[in-house]
Write a protein that binds this ligand. Structure first.
Ligand code: FES
Length: 646
């Protein structure tokens, strides 16, 4: 029978070829080929970052911006009909980009088992020994087995178990039938000199592989932050905790909706849950594949994964129906799902690699927040702390070692670059700092000091604060048309941040009224959640001794400017610590230390969830926060004095 192959996509100039599916978009084909394109909007034709040149072939367009042969098109709007050749301009590539996740401080902490300088870190961070307490989720041990004889005629399984106990003191090892099937050949071909790869379980250990050679065997793990907007993966050497590399991408589920609610609705449609599950698993596979390739690691050598994400993202990753999370009384299928094997969830690593997720609290406060708490250590200090995670969901936790209370609100993806015309994640070319000079000129710094490609969260915070400070934007977020950097745009006044000739994308980078409205809504929701939670538990902002700020801003966030726009409550600056991506930091700590995983379970159990969506006070707080910095100047005296607001 003839095999019908799909159309071939040739990537020029290197000649790489991929067999695609007719009707597939060029964006999907590039992801499948491991050449991920910049695609901030997730393939919805909004961001216009996914530009490619179709040099020849057969394509068709979803609209006028796609489907042309011989010119630049949007890959997400161009469908493959027959064989096609494409060129990817430098500005559209994200492969090899320096991804910043705000993790540098945590990297230093987690990658050096001994004698780390933690002076600049939150003082509650645990000791080095504790970070590796009870060891990583999976590990490899050398095993030199005596060959069987008539006098020593134990079964293969008994022999392995006996030697693991004799040589390594392990008593509680289970051996699944898949490993037993391969064991006779693996042991004999290796001359009984092997490495045993083991995963830790809640009741002991599971032997997940037997490999030839008794010397040091490589074993790697991946910590993943599954965000609603972005996905971040860190590749870790499980032998020493060293972070080998990081990769990030837009969560491909974005095409089914920006926020958690629209994803839950899509999951309820026929085939929807599987589409969402496949999208996130595929994205993680792409990230892990590119990390493995970049470090000469076989996928089979990756034997453990720890994930953190909000409860809906974890449901979609595991294929659990999330419908009840959005219906009162908001009940998830599970907040702490059991560990499983990679093959059960579709991850293309070692099929029996252990996959663990950080435990969550409720349908609206997930394991990403537990990971934040574990990472910053607020659960073990007597001082009253507040954690604010600025993401598509804005979550707040208040407490200390005696109690923890949390809430969540829908903030939208604006500070992660989503829904902002020039928004992007904190990666190479992102404008991360902005200043407006006395003379009214706008200056900026980009990640990697390269030509700008967009504006990331920290740049957006800076830009709003500078527009307010310079008097180019009023408290309601209206741009002043006569300001020197403001011009008339297609939808009203807009700020010209960088002119086309100075950018890396060949187009102007601007911020318009709709972008500012999105940012105002996001900052209003984040602040309202934090303020209302404090009010409901009878705490005033002046009682808070430390504020930890988490979020995908990048390596940098100007706290003073975040207060100037009213995103963060106004407290003395020295009380605020920016922890960056605490979710992937906590997941990595869970990957490396069983002690941390136990602590995360304890934190999740101890945290009390307050449902604010039914609290009439939320809308009141939100509406008051829909001005820069706030309608109540008494809450932001320092900011209002600086901005000349009364
Ligand atoms: S326009 Fe194609 S991914 Fe955004």
């Amino acid at each position: 029978m003839a095999v019908v192959a799909g159309p071939r996509v040739t990537f020029e100039p290197d000649g790489r070829v991929l067999v695609a599916t007719a009707g597939q978009t060029l964006l999907d084909a590039t992801f499948a080929a491991g050449v991920p394109l910049d695609s901030v909007c997730g393939g919805r034709g909004i961001c216009e970052r996914c530009r490619v040149v179709v040099t020849h072939g057969e394509v068709e367009a979803d609209d006028a911006r796609g489907g042309r042969v011989g010119g630049e098109v949007l890959a997400c709007l161009t469908r493959i009909v027959g064989d096609v050749s494409i060129e990817i301009p430098e500005a559209s590539r994200i492969e090899g980009e320096q991804i910043l996740t705000g993790m540098e401080r945590w990297d230093q902490l987690l990658s050096t088992p001994e004698d780390v300088d933690v002076a600049h870190l939150p003082r509650e961070v645990s000791s080095a020994a504790e970070r590796f307490a009870d060891g990583p989720l999976a590990f490899a041990l050398p095993l030199d087995l005596p060959p069987p004889t008539l006098e020593d005629c134990l079964s293969d399984a008994q022999r392995v178990a006996r030697e693991l106990q004799r040589q390594h003191g392990l008593r509680d090892v289970s051996v699944p039938v898949e490993v037993l099937r391969a064991a006779p050949v693996a042991l004999r071909e290796a001359g009984w000199n092997v490495s045993a790869v083991l995963a830790r379980t809640s009741v002991g250990h599971e032997l997940i592989d037997i490999r030839p050679g008794g010397g040091p065997t490589r074993a790697f793990g991946v910590a993943v932050d599954i965000g609603t907007t972005t996905v971040v993966a860190h590749l870790v050497d499980l032998a020493n905790g060293q972070t080998l590399g990081a990769a990030a991408a837009v969560n491909r589920q974005v095409r089914f909706g920006d926020d958690v609610i629209s994803r839950i609705i899509h999951a309820g449609e026929p085939g929807g849950l599987d589409q969402l599950r496949t999208a996130i698993v595929g994205e993680i596979n792409v990230l892990v594949g590119s990390l493995a390739r970049g470090h000469d690691i076989e996928r089979d050598e990756i034997v453990a994964v720890a994930c953190a994400g909000n409860t809906t993202m974890i449901h979609l990753f595991l294929g659990l129906p999330p419908a009840e999370i959005r219906r009162e009384p908001y009940i998830p299928v599970a907040t702490a799902p059991p560990t499983c094997h990679a093959s059960q969830v579709g991850l293309r690593i070692h099929p029996r690699a252990t996959v663990a997720v950080m435990p969550g609290v409720s349908g609206w406060v997930g394991g990403d927040i537990t990971a934040d708490v574990v990472a910053c250590g607020m659960d073990r200090t007597p001082e009253l702390s507040m954690l604010i995670d600025v993401g598509t969901n804005g979550e707040t936790v208040i407490g200390n070692r005696d109690f923890l209370v949390c809430c969540a609100c829908s903030a939208g993806p604006a500070f992660e670059g989503g829904g902002i015309s020039a928004g992007m994640r904190a990666a190479g070319g992102a404008i991360q700092r902005v200043q407006i000079t006395q003379a009214g000129a706008l200056t900026y710094e980009t990640v990697g000091s390269v030509k700008p490609r967009g504006i990331c969260g920290s740049g957006l915070v800076d830009l709003l604060a500078e527009l307010l400070r310079a008097g180019y934007m009023d408290r309601a977020g209206r741009l002043q048309p006569e300001a020197p950097i403001v011009r008339g745009g297609p939808a009203g006044p807009e700020v010209l941040v960088a002119a086309a000739e100075s950018t890396g994308i060949g187009r102007d980078i601007t911020l318009g009224g709709a972008d500012i409205e999105n940012l105002l809504r996001a900052k209003g929701a984040v602040y309202a959640g934090a303020a209302l939670l404090a009010r409901r538990i009878g705490v005033s902002m002046s009682d808070i001794e430390r504020i930890y700020v988490a979020g995908g801003f990048g390596a940098y966030l100007d706290i003073r400017k975040a207060m100037l726009i009213g995103l963060l409550p106004e407290v003395p600056l020295e009380r605020v610590t920016f922890i960056g991506n605490g979710s992937v930091a906590g997941a990595k700590m869970g990957l490396l230390a069983k002690g941390t995983r136990r602590r995360a379970i304890e934190v999740a159990r101890k945290m009390t969830y307050r449902e604010l969506s039914v609290d009439p006070g939320f809308m009141e707080e939100y509406v008051s926060a829909m001005f820069f910095p706030h309608t109540d100047a008494a809450r932001f005296p320092r900011a209002c004095a600086e901005l000349g607001f009364s």
